[in-house]
Design a protein around this ligand. Structure first.
Ligand code: FES
Length: 314
């Protein structure tokens, strides 16, 4: 059964992106979290990403302050006990005599891990089966921490994504090319965009040379983004994965890729500077004044999808 911490963010068997693949190594444990559930991540001797509660079952020291041993076990930095990431079992105690047995009480909480597309995801439901995916890792990537709660981060995304991330030379408009709708369990929306400076700020323009298509998981908020031109050629694709972290922070891991071919001078503006970036700060004054629009419908749709998936899982 999930414990109290795990219940807070365990709606259905959700998979939360807790790290980028590059961050999880066999050299050093990585601290992460999903809400109040603290996690430690590392790679075992076979290179498989592992996740456990970031607390040693012995005296509760954070395992992320320990080390990863050559045999792939994680070792607590306090008294040196070592644990197996797949099962959470205690495997070694320094100076233990061969005739002694491990006390069964000391077993760490391990979690299911799924890695694909250069992102490491964890499900807090014990025994969860990882989704099968053949996603490839997009080459540009990063992590940002924003002092905004996960729920508000998602609302801001639906109402004005330009407050949260930027694409070089692109201006997101308030106008939707298609209303928010549900497709295959995702919230799908297409937003009209302009090339910055060429038409902007003509708010009366009815011609939009580019659009931003987004597909959002209703629980986690993980979103696939596709910027495309009016001939539906993909210019930039990205994944942003916002995860509730401690103290009301939202941690965002992201990956992005520019199209291999960008036709036209305007599309080449994506090559100037960073093509895609996630902001570490949000303009609080502008956010406060942001009129709720798509987020209102988004909240209703999210609640309906979650309710349906919970009913079918029961
Ligand atoms: S607290 Fe971890 S081994 Fe003692």
């Amino acid at each position: 059964m999930p414990n109290q911490k795990q219940k807070a963010h365990s709606n259905s068997a959700s998979w939360w992106t807790v790290a980028r693949s590059e961050e999880v190594t066999s050299k050093k444990p990585l601290s992460s979290d999903i809400g109040n559930q603290e996690l430690v991540l590392w790679r075992d001797a076979a290179g498989i990403a592992r996740a456990m509660e970031d607390r040693c079952p012995h005296r509760r020291a954070p395992l992320s302050r320990g080390c990863v041993r050559e045999n792939g076990l994680i070792q607590c930095g306090y008294h040196g006990w070592s644990y197996d990431g797949e099962t959470g079992r205690l495997r070694e105690i320094p100076n233990m005599k061969s005739e002694q047995r491990f006390p069964p009480l000391y077993k760490a909480q391990s979690f299911a891990v799924a890695e694909s597309g250069g992102l490491v995801r964890v499900c807090l439901i014990p025994g969860a089966v990882a989704p099968v995916t053949n996603a490839v890792a997009l080459p540009l990537h990063g992590t940002a921490h924003v002092a905004l709660a996960h729920e508000h981060y998602l609302s801001a995304f639906f109402d004005d994504p330009g407050m949260l991330f930027g694409m070089s030379g692109v201006e997101f408009t308030p106008y939707l090319a298609s209303e928010l709708k549900v497709e295959a369990g995702r919230l799908v929306m297409e937003r009209n965009c302009q090339w910055r400076g060429l038409h902007w700020p003509s708010s009366f323009s009815s011609e939009f040379p580019i659009t931003l298509l987004s597909k959002t998981d209703p629980v986690t908020g993980e979103t696939e983004l596709t910027l495309r031109d009016d001939a539906l050629h993909e210019l930039l694709t990205a994944v942003i994965a916002p995860v509730p972290a401690a103290r009301g922070i939202t941690a965002i891991r992201w990956r992005a890729r520019l199209a291999s071919r960008l036709d036209g001078l305007r599309a080449k503006r994506l090559l100037i500077g960073a093509p895609f970036r996630v902001f570490e700060t949000v303009d609080a004054t502008a956010l406060r004044r942001l009129t709720p629009s798509a987020s209102v419908q988004g909240q209703d749709l999210r609640a309906a999808i979650i309710q349906t998936s919970q009913a079918s899982a029961a």
